[in-house]
Unconditional design. Structure first.
Length: 145
């Protein structure tokens, strides 16, 4: 039995959007001038994730064909990609230009705001993605130096 998210992801594949995994993201992003990655989560916990697969194709109609390439990740891969780019809220749209981080749209926005946010990403400067935290490791055991 398929879930509503599975059905929407299947429709995205039918549109020609790319399924992406965390390990394949860099290669896909390097080959794309402007890439949007739809990050998904459990629709029971975050029902809004079911809206992005409907909203994104509509927003893309506001731009010349081919302006953005679109990829999507299943829940497991979305979580991996989200950790890498410091995404803490879902649904999320990750924007990359030739592999460089441009920003993310989290949650849902009103129509004029989402169209403006997509347009802003076209001219955004590449920057370092935010991190969720800095891993701490112990260089040597046994107390203070």
């Amino acid at each position: 039995m398929t879930s509503p998210l599975d059905n929407l992801l299947a429709r995205l594949a039918e549109r020609g959007y790319h399924a992406v995994c965390a390990d394949g993201l860099d290669a896909l992003a390097a080959d794309s001038h402007h890439l949007i990655v739809m990050l998904n989560e459990d629709p029971v916990k975050y029902p809004e994730v079911l809206d992005n697969p409907v909203i994104v194709p509509e927003v893309l109609r506001e731009f010349p064909a081919g302006t953005f390439d679109v990829a999507y990740a299943d829940i497991t891969e979305s979580r991996k990609i989200a950790r890498r780019f410091g995404v803490l809220k879902f649904p999320a749209l990750l924007f990359l230009r030739e592999g460089q981080y441009l920003g993310v749209i989290v949650g849902l926005l009103d129509w004029p705001d989402v169209v403006r946010a997509f347009a802003d990403k076209l001219t955004a400067e590449a920057r370092r993605p935010p991190s969720v935290g800095i891993p701490v490791s112990v260089a040597k055991q046994g107390g203070c130096a």
